[in-house]
Design a protein around this ligand. Structure first.
Ligand SMILES: Nc1nc2c(ncn2[C@@H]2O[C@H](COP(=O)(O)OP(=O)(O)OP(=O)(O)O)[C@@H](O)[C@H]2O)c(=O)[nH]1
Ligand SMILES: [Mg+2]
Length: 397
């Protein structure tokens, strides 16, 4: 069994593969690192297949062609599932990631303390080649910032990373959507000690980028799943708070509109009702989508009960504090703040336990419970997938 498996996801990278394979081989044989390379291609309509066939005669290369699925992350998971190396390194095919840095990644993983390594653009000594427009730079930086609550590493977006096969196998509920499989593994394998090796990230050698706007939106969905995975109910509470804020805005907008035709007394209750309906739908479709019942009317009735309970708690606490506690007698607004917080807490708890209690076996886009296995993958690990089951139809090499 080789010590190292290099996994390379590809889509239309035929022009880059020969140079990549040669450079990887040169550096790893120079460093006496026994390796295999697995190219996971999503049935590219170019010469990937023929080129890999030729390369596989000279180099330890295997090609996995997937015909039933597309996606960078799931391709990487498929490659890692069939890897035989003790150490796994993932890299792009377009030569953005310098193969010459692989030995450093491997050396870092030799240290038992280190459980994840990243070829990093954003640590001292790391860089990106000129030619990144402001938009791409901003995009990368804001994506990194959004991942900050999940990890403190400088370049969590990197597609050049490594980990032990045992760590990969310990990953819980891999849900590989989108582009950021490194971040997914970092979080799901619970990697604590991450080492970042500086690299110079080159512009792609040949071909076009596959990173689309759709993939960027997918990243936000992916992040949300990871927040849920890492922070559980706290992440739901934040989403619930955001929905509440949007409800307050909806309330004010509707009030403003209605006041053009109605007096305040008439407009106010209608605006409040519209905010309740707004919050209900958003919470049902967004915050608590795993508890979406088919009996919408009953669920709405329960939501109204939860809102009334929250309002009652709010009123009782703020009135109680304001009339009985001297400090609050002088600060009625403070009493209201405490009341609002307690009411919101009560409302959230009732939504969680009573209104939108998760329905057993519900398929949620955030916390999928539909566990499917890669039927034809050689490794027996189970992986949670949103998309249809992967078929690894062809193997060459
Ligand atoms: N198997 C598979 N590989 C993919 C898919 N999309 C992209 N890739 C590969 O993933 C790697 C990274 O994709 P790129 O298009 O280079 O994305 P990027 O690095 O963000 O963008 P550029 O370097 O600017 O082109 C490359 O090796 C691609 O060929 C896919 O749907 N399936
Ligand atoms: Mg690239």
């Amino acid at each position: 069994m080789p010590r190292l498996t290099v996994v390379v996801p590809t889509f239309q990278e035929a022009a880059n593969l020969p140079q990549l394979v040669h450079r990887v081989h040169d550096v790893l044989s120079r460093e006496s690192i026994d390796y295999e390379m697995i190219v996971v291609d999503d049935n590219s309509p170019d010469e990937t297949r023929q080129i890999c066939q030729e390369l596989a005669e000279k180099f330890p290369l295997r090609l996995i062609v997937r015909t039933a699925e597309r996606g960078l992350s799931s391709a990487v998971v498929a490659g890692m599932n069939s890897a035989t190396g003790e150490l796994l390194v993932c890299m792009d095919a377009d030569l953005s990631h310098p193969p010459e840095a692989i030995p450093e990644l491997v050396a870092a993983l030799e240290n038992p303390q280190t459980d994840f390594v990243i070829g990093s653009r954003y640590v001292r000594g790391g860089s990106t080649e000129d030619g990144w427009g402001l938009l791409r730079w901003l995009n990368s930086k804001s994506a990194t910032l959004l991942a900050r609550p999940l990890t403190a590493v400088r370049d969590p977006m990197a597609g050049f990373f490594g980990l032990r096969s045992s760590a990969f196998q310990s990953a819980e509920n891999l849900n590989p959507i989108g582009y950021k499989i490194g971040l997914e593994l970092l979080v799901k394998c619970n990697c604590q000690c991450v080492k970042e090796i500086p690299i110079r990230f080159a512009n792609r050698l040949y071909g076009d980028s596959k990173l689309s706007i759709r993939e960027q939106l997918c990243y936000l969905r992916h992040l949300r799943r990871l927040y849920r995975f890492r922070f559980g109910v706290k992440a739901k509470a934040v989403e619930y708070g955001l929905v509440g804020l949007s409800g307050a805005c909806a309330d004010l907008c509707v009030l403003w509109g209605l006041m053009q035709v109605l007096p305040f007394n008439g407009a106010r209750p209608l605006a409040i009702c519209s905010a309740v309906v707004w919050n209900f739908w958003l919470n049902r479709d967004f915050t608590f989508e795993d508890g979406r019942s088919k009996q919408v009317h009953l669920q709405f009735f329960r939501f109204v009960v939860a809102c009334l309970s929250g309002a009652t708690v709010n009123w009782l606490i703020s009135m109680g504090l304001q009339t009985n506690v001297p400090a609050f007698e002088r600060n009625p607004l403070l009493a209201a703040v405490v009341g609002i917080s307690a009411g919101a807490g009560m409302n959230f708890a009732m939504c969680l336990r009573f209104v939108f209690r998760p329905i057993a076996n519900a398929r949620s886009s955030v916390d999928s419970s539909a566990i499917r296995t890669h039927g034809s993958i050689t490794h027996p690990r189970a992986t949670v997938l949103d998309e249809p089951v992967t078929h690894l139809d062809q193997r060459i090499g």
